[in-house]
Write a protein of this length. Structure first.
Length: 161
């Protein structure tokens, strides 16, 4: 609700700008629940979708969006259950872009930012602008099975209206 009020106030104050374009920073998130049993295959592949159309606050403004510009992508491990020192090693694929995750210790809290170049961010932004969504695939191996956890991805985006 706060974001809607901010957007309306921003439109009122900035609608008279020379360029006629307003840029609003927002965060869009989606989470995956992952459970790896002792009998699970060593290599997991889990899809993730971040869709602006699924955000109730963004739905009414999608027709006015000129573009999305992804500034950064971060992830956080939540609700871990398993042996201390359990690690995830793998990658996150977004379109043709693969970003490695090397020996992420799942029982250590913290927010991690994907290391992306300006060119990679531009490519993800173009995909997001075209479809108002991006799909990703989280893949890799988990040591010390069994384990369960949630991985929450947050896309820091600038929306141009």
């Amino acid at each position: 609700m706060k974001r809607i009020v901010f957007i309306i106030i921003s439109l009122a104050f900035f609608s008279c700008s020379k360029s006629g374009i307003l840029s609003i920073p927002i965060k869009m998130s989606n989470s995956l629940d992952i459970a790896v049993t002792a009998n699970s295959p060593d290599n997991l592949q889990v899809p993730l979708n971040v869709d602006a159309g699924n955000d109730p606050e963004m739905q009414q403004y999608l027709s006015r969006v000129k573009s999305f510009s992804v500034k950064s992508i971060s992830y956080e491990i939540q609700n871990f259950y398993g042996n201390p020192g359990t690690e995830l090693t793998g990658n996150v694929s977004i379109g043709d872009i693969n970003i490695g995750i090397n020996k992420l210790i799942l029982d250590k809290p913290g927010v991690h930012t994907l290391e992306l170049t300006g060119e990679q961010l531009a490519a993800i932004s173009a995909d997001f602008s075209a479809d108002h969504a991006v799909s990703a695939l989280v893949g890799g191996t988990v040591t010390n099975k069994p384990a369960a956890f949630r991985i929450k991805f947050t896309f820091n985006v600038s929306v141009r209206l």
